[in-house]
Write a protein that binds this ligand. Structure first.
Ligand code: AMP
Length: 150
């Protein structure tokens, strides 16, 4: 259990730019947007990371993510979007309450300068994706242990 800034927003104790709400979920505009339309979809359940989230609240998030993404794409004109979800400080999580980032991407508007978010000129999100390798043996061994827990 946690009482993060998002719990306070959910309870209405702190103002936010709310764009959606139902019994399980709230969606707000991110106060530090990486691009125009950057929004956060937040389950009302006070779980810190996704592995703590109940099936019911996870399903509620999954139900509205596509709809909210569609609305943001339509309004901003974005043709590409990243859904980003950080769990734990090592993964870049700053607010200790589960949340899903909807980050529109605007390649045609140019990249931002020096990693500084500029919602007028383009995405402030930069990802470095360095894939490794997975052998048949490693995959079988790892998969066996994970499947046992599901
Ligand atoms: P994360 O690093 O995944 O925990 O991201 C936390 C996000 O919450 C950041 O993008 C912040 O800009 C955003 N944020 C923090 N406080 C607020 C707030 N009061 N209203 C809206 N967004 C917020």
């Amino acid at each position: 259990m946690t009482d993060s800034i998002f719990s306070k927003i959910i309870r209405g104790e702190i103002e936010s730019h709310k764009i959606y709400e139902d019994d399980f979920v709230i969606a707000i505009l991110d106060i530090g947007p990486l691009s125009e339309g950057h929004a956060l979809v937040i389950p009302k359940e006070p779980a810190v990371t996704i592995d703590e989230l109940s099936d019911e609240h996870a399903a509620a998030v999954g139900r509205v993510l596509p709809r909210i993404t569609r609305a943001i794409k339509k309004v901003t004109g974005a043709r590409a979007v990243n859904i980003l979800q950080n769990n734990g400080a090592d993964a870049g999580q700053a607010v200790e309450h589960v949340h899903f980032h909807i980050i529109p991407r605007f390649k045609d508007r140019g990249e931002n300068v020096a990693g500084k978010p500029d919602i007028k000129n383009g995405p402030g999100l930069q990802m470095i994706w360095n894939p490794g390798t997975l052998t048949q043996e490693e995959a079988l061994e790892l998969g066996k242990h994970i499947k046992r827990l599901l």
